[in-house]
Design a protein around this ligand. Structure first.
Ligand code: XUL
Length: 524
């Protein structure tokens, strides 16, 4: 009976899941996670990112992610599983972040010494010590330059699935090239977080999958290959520095001797890693249309499968390649869990009292609203952060609790309209999806049933399922995606929340007021 390991390197932490599948038997037999700030305090991060004087600049230490991988593989190896049955490993990583390796990296990865920790052997391999991540919004100028060079934002979106976005890897690479041309020149490989982590397991530079490559503004969505015009517009010689793009279930090699000798792990197959949103698509079983997933994590995202790459004409959202074939539409909000926490903390609440206040306040909040733009926002684009209130007294704790939840759900609904999905059901995931009071607002705002999952981390579950799918395809026993996810990535039927008809009609009207409030704030 084979085991499959899925890893997830996210913004604030790292997690792992092991699944077992044989005949009709499907089970999750191991789950573990760690928070970077708590488990690896020596890297000095807060919520997984380094302190920065400029709120637009957000970077993390790539060495910290390597340290987390080392800790997690040790946990997996010592969990008492029959680990020799581990057939394949894959992973999920926060999207868009980039890691810059110099020419010594390839050799260093190939000759890692199993008696020594990973981190101390990697210190010399970076041409840039830090990795800009998806929360960075400091590349407006580079976005404009790239868009102009390829014939405008609409042309870029038509080709790559998105207009130029500050956090996307292409604009980030261009900024690095402009600020430090010598360090850019010394960069032999620019990885995404996903392909960097896969390289650490492989002991060699790994390729990336089309799902994560769609978050770069550099890939031609229809050919799954780097788009030469975008590469040229971004930085010189970039074609030689990017990893090759492969399809989502590709076997990229085996776990390197380093990990085998260090922790007694078997030479399991490695399946290409992907981004956290594409992995969550698989981990929530979204392999058919008519369904949407909403992930309430550090970022809030709403996404769903799309048979065709229909580009968002408002320019706010993205089309990515789906690891399960076809495409996925996605809209991302930066002010997700940290904004919920800001409101909770500013009124001195626990999550229980937060939920009680949410339950005790009426749908529609008597028209009181807020826009929770504590940090620069991605959707809609807000460069100058700030909290906007409408009819809401600054000391009204319950009013703020309801207003933040309603604002986030209305923003998700408003900015998912472009996908034109007739939503039959929403699969809710991410840390805040355990909160049923929040999910009831989701059901009411969207007018759709909402379901929860047993598995907390659907990104690492998606990675484990991609490991299973890739492994079986590679051994001549291919499964279609519905079979691969069956019994694992299914919501709990007993978790269903149905919309309350009266509340639904309140939100139908409020959504228009919210859209106007948003437009007024943006015009200011
Ligand atoms: C998606 C996005 C975030 C990150 C971090 O475009 O920027 O969801 O993937 O989770």
């Amino acid at each position: 009976m084979s085991l499959y390991l899925g890893l997830d390197s996210s913004t604030q932490g790292f997690s792992a899941i092991v699944i077992e599948r044989e005949g009709d038997r499907r089970s999750v037999i191991f789950e573990s996670d760690l928070s970077f700030d708590e488990a690896l305090p020596e890297f000095g991060t807060t919520h997984g990112v380094l302190p920065s004087r400029d709120p637009a600049v957000v970077v993390s230490p790539p060495l910290m992610w390597a340290a987390a991988l080392d800790v997690m593989l040790q946990r997996v190896a010592r969990a008492g599983l029959d680990i020799q049955r581990l057939a394949a490993i894959s992973g999920s990583a926060q999207q868009h972040g980039s890691v810059y390796l110099n020419a010594s990296a390839e050799a260093a990865l190939a000759r890692l010494d199993p008696s020594r920790p990973l981190v101390e052997q990697l210190t010399g391999v970076f041409s840039r010590d830090v990795a800009p991540i998806w929360m960075d919004s400091s590349t407006a100028c580079e976005c404009a330059e790239i868009a102009e060079a390829v014939g405008g934002g609409a042309a870029l979106a038509e080709r790559t699935g998105s207009r130029a976005f500050e956090r996307f890897t292409g604009p980030q690479i261009r900024k690095f090239f402009k600020q430090d041309a010598a360090a850019y020149e010394a960069t032999a490989r620019v990885h995404l977080v996903s392909s960097y982590m896969a390289s650490l397991l492989l002991g060699a530079n790994a390729p990336i999958d089309g799902g994560d490559a769609s978050g770069t503004n550099l890939m031609d969505l229809r050919t799954n290959a780097w788009w030469p015009a975008a590469l040229e517009a971004t930085a010189p010689g970039l074609d030689r520095k990017l990893p090759p793009i492969v399809s989502g279930s590709t076997v990229i090699g085996r776990l390197s001797r380093y990990w085998q000798a260090r922790y007694g792990l078997p030479p399991a197959q490695l399946i290409v890693w992907s981004g956290d949103n594409p992995s969550t698509l698989v981990g929530t079983g979204l392999v058919r249309t008519g369904l949407l997933a909403i992930s309430l994590g550090t970022s809030d995202t709403v996404f769903g499968p799309m048979p065709q790459p229909n580009i968002d004409s408002t320019g706010a959202a993205h089309v990515f390649v789906s690891p399960a074939g076809g495409y996925m539409g996605l809209t991302c909000f930066r002010n997700g869990s940290l904004a919920r926490e800001r409101i909770r903390e500013s009124f001195g609440l626990s999550w229980d009292t937060f939920s009680q206040m949410l339950d005790a306040t009426p749908a529609g909040n008597h028209g009181r609203m807020l826009l929770p733009w504590f940090e620069p926002e991605i959707t809609p684009r807000v460069d100058r952060p700030g909290l906007h209130r409408h009819d809401l007294a600054p000391d009204d704790g319950p009013g703020h609790v309801r207003a933040i939840v309603e604002a986030q759900q209305m923003a998700l609904a408003l900015h998912a309209r472009w996908m034109q999905v007739d939503v039959a059901a929403i699969y809710a995931t991410g840390g805040a999806a355990v909160n049923r009071a929040i999910l009831q607002v989701m059901a009411d705002v969207f007018g759709a049933d909402v379901y929860q999952f047993d598995v907390g981390n659907t990104a690492s579950l998606g990675a484990a399922l991609r490991a299973l799918h890739g492994h079986l395809a590679g051994t001549g026993r291919p499964l279609n995606w519905s079979e691969a996810v069956a019994g694992f990535a299914e919501p709990r039927t007993d978790s269903r929340l149905t919309p309350n008809a009266a509340n639904q009609s309140i939100y139908r009207n409020l959504l228009e007021s919210y859209a106007q409030f948003e437009a007024r704030a943006l015009a200011q």
